[in-house]
Design a binder for this molecule. Structure first.
Ligand code: NAP
Ligand code: ZN
Ligand code: ZN
Length: 348
């Protein structure tokens, strides 16, 4: 076991602060990662504040991890010391069930081991990337293409894959009208990805404050959801709506924007239930669906896709000491568009 520095939550209400955590010895198929950057996902806030329940404290969050391989086990073949690698929301799964065999480890029938807040196969609580080092099985680390700086690669490990996977699954592409609800960390990635896939992209944001950014990221249209006219103008329009909002929305209002056979996919994960009027669905054979991150293979795919298409998250780099302030700004929708922690500030 190795002691490493981390920044952790100690309760649902206290600010995060420094903590020493243990990382296991590097096993034959493990790699040790020297973490350079970690993004702040809204899920980190939901988790540590107990929005989804079942939290064991203290816990160091963070699942948008980019770093450099510092050591490898004897049987490791995919990575070597010095490689630039990333780790997202999962650090292990059973590898044997039909979902794992299909490369959809996020839907592992036995439950994937999440990067933080899970109990791993060694019986230890997992801690995430708000820390200096991480030990993971080599097949749960992906390669970061040279074209991407590590700091901007980090948010692709969750915000990127979480939006890429449903856009691909529901066929975003030429001839498809796609709406992205919420221009935050996930939303601003979704706009770039859907545009690069060839879809006609509309942003539905609470206000028009971020319109210039949305258009420069590739949106064709931008509307404020605070304006009731938006819902009248855009009724029955979209083939696909990706809802990235972290809070409860009037789902029926958004379902009314779907064309016949359209699908509204929720990736936003509010703690409260969302009410669906079945008539919102059956009048136009609409679907309401959800999607969880993406598999490891697909995570490599989205990193390569971003490198190829010149897509990068817009980030605000912060030192560890500003994490609590950043959490408040995320909660106030005051982030443009992802906070990324410079982990070198944790060593001091
Ligand atoms: P974020 O950066 O805070 O973005 C959320 C955006 O939603 C905000 O920027 C805001 O956009 C909009 N919004 C916030 N509160 C709202 C409200 N009360 N009404 C309407 N719109 C509101 O968060 P994120 O990191 O992108 O994460 C978004 C959600 O996805 C979270 O719930 C997170 O847990 C979840 N998530 C799910 C997965 C998955 O696998 N399914 C993976 C990662 C994250 P505007 O200012 O443009 O309106
Ligand atoms: Zn996340
Ligand atoms: Zn499995």
């Amino acid at each position: 076991m190795h002691d490493v520095h981390a920044y952790a939550a100690f309760s649902a209400t206290d600010p995060l602060g420094p903590l020493t955590i243990s990382r296991r010895e590097v096993g034959p198929r493990d790699i040790l990662i020297d973490i350079k950057y970690c993004g702040i996902c809204h899920s980190d806030i939901h988790h540590v504040r107990g929005d989804w329940g079942g939290v064991t404290y203290p816990v160091a969050p963070g699942h948008e991890i980019a770093g450099v391989v510092a050591a490898v086990g004897d049987e490791v073949t995919r990575h070597t010391v010095g490689d630039r690698v990333g780790v997202g929301c999962m650090v292990d799964s059973c590898r044997a069930c039909p979902s794992c065999q299909k490369g959809e480890e996020q839907y592992c029938h036995h439950g994937a081991t999440m990067t933080y807040g899970s109990v791993d196969r060694y019986g230890e609580l997992t801690h995430g990337g708000y820390s200096t080092h991480l030990v993971v099985p080599e097949d749960f680390a992906v390669r970061i293409p040279e074209a991407l700086d590590l700091s901007v690669a980090a948010p692709i490990l969750c915000a990127g894959i979480t939006t890429y996977s449903p856009l691909r699954h529901w066929g975003a592409g030429p001839g498809k009208k796609v709406a992205i609800v919420g221009m935050g960390g996930l939303g601003h990635m979704a706009v770039q990805l859907a545009h690069a896939m060839g879809a006609e992209v509309t942003v539905l944001s609470q206000t028009l404050n971020k319109m210039q950014d949305g258009l420069s990221l590739g949106a064709d249209h931008y509307h404020a959801t605070s304006d009731p006219e938006t819902f009248k103008k855009l009724a029955n329009t979209f083939d696909l709506i990706l809802n990235t909002v972290s809070a409860r929305l009037d789902l029926n209002a958004y379902l009314s924007l779907l064309a016949v056979d359209g699908t509204l996919v929720n990736v936003g994960a509010p703690s409260e239930p969302l009410a669906v009027q079945v008539f919102s669905l059956l009048m136009k054979r609409r679907s309401f669906a959800g999607s969880l991150i993406g598999g490891i293979c697909e995570t490599q795919e989205v990193l390569d896709f971003c490198a190829e298409h010149g897509i990068a998250p817009r980030i605000e780099l912060i030192p560890t000491q500003k994490i609590n302030e950043a959490f408040e700004r995320v909660l106030a929708s005051d982030v443009r568009y992802r906070f990324v922690i410079d982990i070198s500030t944790l060593k001091k």
